[in-house]
Write a protein of this length. Structure first.
Length: 224
């Protein structure tokens, strides 16, 4: 695919909005004028790239009405990328256009303009609670999400460490000894496969639980 294949659809779309459209004007891929309005500039690429974003930002020194345009791709990953890139363009004040190549359908996902992202009090609260509950800094920054030590996992490790030493025990006793108030509920839920109930209210450590203790040994996880 070439960038030139995007141009006819974009030209037709803008002309349908009452613009006069010309390509390759100065350093701009597409320039559109309508009456006495500021020019609209469109920069085209066959895919999203940092270079395309840089071009769009550079054109903002000419006009606020700057769009970037790419072909519309299909599939789950493409949809996720489109959503993320739409948010990025809004944050940068850029417009975003996609062209569906099979029928030249043009869709505008974002228009240029100032953008202030909405803050989520709920997400902020979850972040601060996790930070407050986590003991120490047991993870390596930049690591994958798999196997990360969360505050919940730290609590599970405390319970597992206690059972490894003391053997099967009542949930209430584990809670009191480890300082994990929800120990009984955690062991009953058993998200990691570390605990099993041997009788009413009494839990013991599974072989997988012992493996978990070995796996996280030496990672700054408090087990007592």
């Amino acid at each position: 695919m070439k960038e030139t294949e995007l141009y006819p659809a974009i030209k037709n779309y803008l002309e349908g909005q009452g613009y006069e459209v010309k390509s390759e004007v100065g350093a701009c891929d597409v320039v559109a004028l309508r009456d006495a309005e500021d020019p609209v500039i469109v920069e085209m690429k066959v895919s999203f790239s940092l270079s395309l974003i840089h071009q769009g930002i550079a054109r903002q020194s000419i006009t606020d009405a700057v769009y970037i345009a790419v072909p519309r791709m299909t599939g789950k990953r493409a949809l996720k990328a489109l959503k993320e890139n739409t948010a990025l363009c809004r944050r940068l004040g850029l417009g975003l256009i996609t062209v569906r190549m099979r029928d030249s359908y043009v869709e505008v996902h974002a228009d240029p303009g100032p953008y202030a992202p909405r803050k989520s009090a709920q997400r902020k609260g979850r972040l601060l609670r996790e930070f407050a509950r986590r003991v120490g800094d047991p993870n390596q920054g930049g690591a994958t999400r798999v196997g990360l030590v969360t505050a919940y996992r730290q609590d599970a490790l405390r319970c597992a460490g206690y059972l490894a030493v003391e053997g099967p025990m009542k949930g209430a006793t584990v809670a009191q000894a480890t300082g994990v108030p929800h120990a009984t509920r955690m062991m009953a839920a058993d998200h990691y496969g570390w605990f099993e109930r041997v009788s009413t209210g009494i839990y013991q450590l599974t072989p997988k639980g012992r493996e978990g203790l070995q796996q996280y040994e030496g990672r700054g996880v408090p087990l007592d």
